[in-house]
Design a protein around this ligand. Structure first.
Ligand code: DOR
Ligand code: ZN
Ligand code: ZN
Length: 426
């Protein structure tokens, strides 16, 4: 396959040229290339590596009615996400070798795109043979009880990098007590319960552990600008499109549909969060795609579950930011393709270079759309971005050398996706 007439985007810049693909791999990038077989004319449009989304909740198994591998990976393809790393807080959880094997089997049967799986923390992992996973995930807000420090220290002794959900459960529990008599229709109560201090306290402990043990720790979905002051040489960090684009006023208007953990930040913090993003102190933008049932999201502040489905729209939302001058496409590629691939040792993904998998997205930076969750391929047909007008869209998606999605049509089937062994350097 030859993809001609591209403006190829990498973190270091944009260059005009062609991409020559043999089988599933890119073999050459340059000008005036000749090749046999299918020719795709990019028509001078931007071509970027497929997005590597390192934070996705697929739900399959007991919560398959919320999302399964087919629906999640279809949303991924349509949204320009050609690789995702699944989070292990499934029901039941993926926190043992046995469960990981079962999950991999399910994923390779059903996924359209390549995927990896973060292993959920459990004390038994210490006894387990060492395997190739992107990281061990620790949920401070739900898994640990009050023993935040000791759980993190145990996890820190495991021979894996850690990925941490940073909210201190002790602060959340105390606030739930205080909030018990609050108005259930006041959705800002959710933000009061999960106050800023819950995040900064957890970030401080997790980043401290990284430094003390010289272990890589990835801090998920940061929302509080002052969390960034705890970063060190062993930490990497992530933000989500919703925390960057939706202040808590949207929590009041969108109610349960905007409930997420950590909660949407006050407007001032949203502005504060952009500063480290534009200054390249934030490593990753990830979706934290967290689908729930539309009925339960319509509940009150105490019952609506937290989580926003983003796979269908994350890349278009960020392309709109580019069109409005907030970021450059090179930043998007750095934070959504190259860095997540590098941080989690995702083989063959995130870069347009010889030897890499031919996972490519041809962009249409002119096309204007309006977010309409009824059109989502995700089963979660709601979004706090509903009605938002955005400029910038996914035109064509190529998965391992095959045109997988073009003009709304899929050309890959469930089972095309492969499991990725993300091997951690010893
Ligand atoms: O809002 C959230 N929902 N945040 C998380 O960290 C977990 C996720 C979920 O699994 O629903
Ligand atoms: Zn989380
Ligand atoms: Zn999550």
């Amino acid at each position: 396959m030859l993809i001609r007439n591209c403006r190829i985007v990498g973190s270091q810049g944009v260059r005009e040229g062609d991409i020559l693909v043999e089988g599933e791999k890119i073999v050459e990038v340059g000008r005036g290339l000749k090749g046999e077989g299918e020719v795709v004319d990019a028509g001078g449009r931007f071509v970027m590596p497929g997005v590597v989304d390192c934070h996705v909740h697929v739900r399959d198994w007991d919560e398959a009615e919320k999302e399964d591998f087919v629906s999640a990976s279809s949303a991924a393809v349509a949204g320009g996400v050609t690789t995702f790393l699944e989070m292990p807080n499934t029901k039941p959880a993926v926190d043992s070798l046995d469960m990981l094997k079962k999950r991999v089997k399910l994923g390779v049967e059903k996924s359209l795109v390549d995927f990896g799986i973060h292993l959920g923390y459990s004390p038994e992992i210490a006894e387990m043979q060492r395997i190739d996973v992107p990281s061990v995930k620790v949920y401070l807000d739900s898994l640990t009880g009050d023993d935040v420090e000791s759980v993190l220290e145990d996890a820190g002794r495991l021979p894996y990098p850690l990925t941490v959900h940073c909210e201190d459960p002790r602060i959340i529990r105390r606030n739930i007590e205080f909030a018990r008599d609050s108005d259930p229709e006041d959705f800002l109560v959710h933000a009061d319960i999960r106050e800023k201090l819950a995040e900064t306290s957890a970030v401080k402990i997790a980043a401290g552990l990284a430094k003390k043990t010289c272990k890589n720790v990835h801090l998920c979905h940061l929302t509080v600008p002052s969390s960034l002051r705890y970063l060190n040489n062993y930490t990497t960090c992530e933000v989500t499109p919703h925390h960057l684009l939706l202040p808590d006023v949207d929590l009041q208007s969108q109610k349960g549909f905007a409930n997420t953990n950590p909660p949407l930040p006050p407007s001032l913090n949203v502005h504060g969060l952009w500063q480290p993003v534009t200054a390249a102190r934030v490593d990753v933008i990830a979706s934290d795609h967290a689908p729930h049932g539309i009925e339960e999201k319509g509940g009150d502040v105490f019952s609506a579950p937290s989580g926003i489905p983003n796979l269908d729209v994350m890349l278009p939302l960020m392309l709109d930011v580019v069109n409005r001058g907030g970021l450059a496409l090179t930043d998007i590629v750095r934070m959504m393709c190259e860095n997540p691939s590098r941080i989690f040792n995702v083989p063959g993904k995130g870069f347009i270079q010889p030897g890499a998998d031919a996972d490519l997205v041809i962009l249409d930076m002119e096309r204007e759309t309006e977010v309409d969750p009824k059109q989502f391929y995700s089963k979660a047909k709601y979004s706090p971005f509903t009605g938002r007008k955005i400029q910038g869209a996914v035109d064509t998606v190529i998965l391992r050398g095959r045109v997988a999605f073009s003009e709304g049509d899929f050309n890959v089937r469930p089972g095309f996706g492969r499991y990725l062994y993300c091997s951690i350097p010893k």
